[in-house]
Design a protein around this ligand. Structure first.
Ligand code: ADP
Ligand code: MN
Length: 514
């Protein structure tokens, strides 16, 4: 049986007949005789009217290449949207029918045949309103779990005569292998982590250096790809959602693409009119989290181990996980906003699309710290500001940025603005402190290279931000202590069901109103 036959596909047939021929016959055109003067005055009136019209709407002709999506070219784009909406609706109906047929076909048979490949709607696109996670629905930050769930205890701590010291070669080698996991998520470390692989310090250090330079390189590549066309960047479904935002008056015009990254595309838009409960900023940035799933699998480690996500992660399909990134960015930005950290202000969240205030002016985004040349005075000012923001982020927002570098800091209005916080985690995340250490390394290196003599080194910065007092003199020992702390915390969570006091200055989770 050919399932394609199940529902006759009305593959857009030829244009409707009425366009060619009126089925009710030609209208009666009876000519009325009139004088020459009548005809002349009528013609004059027509000419005058035409003149008037062209004077009143001079730009009407020039709407060939308008902005990306706006209220102005609504006529043409709405036709397209309408067609797409109808098509999507039809595809869904078709799939529903297919599903019924599949069920009927397989019946109670032990061997069943799947019609999956004949579905019209890609599983990603399939949508149901019940799994929508919208700004409107989420009054509380669901990731702020005060009672973290327990995690299985794992570690090397032996018992009795089996205790091994940290200098043991085997343990060291294994630890080095495990530490590879802390390289940037993009860095492919192979299966070593799953196997009982032991890396000598020398090999580990060589790998580490390579990982750092790779990290820099991939950031540079990422940069280059940033200016591709907007059209390729969004799928029809996203276009539709964007169109709805314009249609609803939330946005005035979507002017174009600011950045095309691996995981997201960012657009500029002019804000629409304010509603009773919300003021829309004059300029907005729209971050569209990309729906190509494989780009995100590298980031699993940011949320996989995050107890804030644990319950949800296992139940979710990839599409919902992508929405979760958008949702997470929204909540993290809100926390930062409440702490007074300069960052984009959240305007709206719709599925995988986050609308926020635009940092920049007149469609020109503020430059990244890495692209701007600051006077030494400004550089120093920026450093102290970043230090303060990192402390606030940690202590007041209970967050670690986890991707902090000169690529994710913008210079605007004489100060530094933090962006890109979808991957930010709480310090008690099993790798939270390691992420913080990486942030510290990036920040410290950037400002030291930038000539800020006062800039703390990465280890001092880590202590200054976290309030911890790790005294290790070199990086390897320092990281080891970080890992020990992380493990202690995990064990504590396991035993007591709550976080250790050392992770926040006053021992209480920060209070913030939303
Ligand atoms: P990615 O995950 O792709 O790095 P980002 O959030 O860093 O996503 O956004 C990519 C780029 O888009 C940024 O480097 C910045 O230039 C620009 N951008 C993002 N958000 C804003 C904003 N609110 N205002 C101005 N520019 C922004
Ligand atoms: Mn970024």
């Amino acid at each position: 049986m050919d399932p394609v036959e199940v529902a006759a596909a009305p593959d857009a047939g030829p244009g409707p007949a009425w366009q060619n021929k009126c089925p009710w016959g030609a209208p009666n055109t009876t000519s009325i005789s009139c004088s020459l003067a009548d005809v002349m005055s009528e013609q004059l009136a027509k000419e005058l009217q035409l003149e008037e019209e062209t004077a009143a709407f001079p730009e009407v002709v020039a709407v060939t290449e308008g902005p990306f999506i706006s209220g102005e070219n609504v006529d043409t784009s709405s036709d397209l949207m309408l067609a797409q909406m109808l098509q999507m609706e039809f595809d869904r109906e078709y799939d529903a029918q297919l599903r019924r047929e599949e069920k009927k076909f397989n019946g109670d048979s032990k061997v069943s045949i799947s019609f999956e490949n004949y579905r019209k709607v890609h599983p990603y696109d399939s949508d149901s309103s019940e799994d929508e996670v919208d700004w409107q629905d989420t009054r509380h930050d669901p990731y702020r779990a005060d009672k973290p769930t327990t995690t299985p205890r794992k570690g090397f701590i032996g018992k009795g005569k089996d205790i091994t010291t940290k200098h043991d070669e085997v343990v060291c080698g294994r630890k080095n292998t495990a530490r590879m996991e802390n390289f940037a998520p993009e860095f492919q470390v192979g299966d070593g982590i799953g196997m009982d692989l032991k890396l000598s310090n020398q090999v580990f250090n060589a790998l580490k250096q390579h990982a750092y330079s790779e990290e820099r390189r991939s950031a540079r590549l990422h940069e280059k790809k940033e200016h591709s066309t907007a059209e390729k960047a969004v799928d029809p479904k996203t276009r539709l959602l964007l169109y709805k935002m314009v249609n609803a008056g939330m946005l005035e015009t979507i002017t174009g693409c600011i950045s095309t990254g691996k995981e997201s595309v960012v657009f500029h838009a002019y804000g629409g009119s304010a509603t009773e409960d919300k003021v829309i900023p004059p300029e907005c940035a729209i971050k569209v989290f990309k729906t190509t799933l494989n780009e995100f699998k590298n980031r699993d480690k940011y949320i996989k181990d995050d107890y804030r996500f644990k319950d949800r992660f296992s139940k979710l399909n990839p599409r919902k996980i992508i929405r979760m990134w958008a949702e997470k960015e929204m909540h993290n930005l809100t926390r930062m906003q409440n702490a007074g950290i300069p960052c984009p202000q959240v305007v709206n969240l719709k599925k995988h699309i986050l609308v926020m205030s635009f940092i920049g002016q007149d469609q020109v985004p503020a430059p990244k710290l890495k692209d701007v040349t600051l006077s030494s005075e400004d550089m120093k000012k920026a450093y102290y500001q970043v230090l303060q923001m990192m402390q606030q982020l940690y202590k007041e927002c209970n967050l670690v940025h986890a991707d902090l570098s000169e690529y994710n800091m913008l210079w605007h209005d004489g100060k530094v603005w933090l962006i890109d916080v979808s991957q930010s985690v709480e310090p008690t995340h099993p790798h939270g402190l390691q992420f913080l250490f990486r942030d510290c390394r990036n920040v410290s290196q950037f400002f030291q290279k930038g000539g800020v003599a006062e800039a703390l080194n990465e280890r001092e910065l880590f202590n200054a931000v976290s309030g911890l007092n790790i005294t290790a003199e070199n990086e390897v020992d320092f990281q080891e202590e970080i890992e020990t702390l992380e493990k202690m915390n995990e064990d504590h969570v396991q035993n007591q069901g709550k976080k250790l006091l050392m992770f926040s200055s006053d021992g209480d989770p920060p209070i913030h109103s939303e």
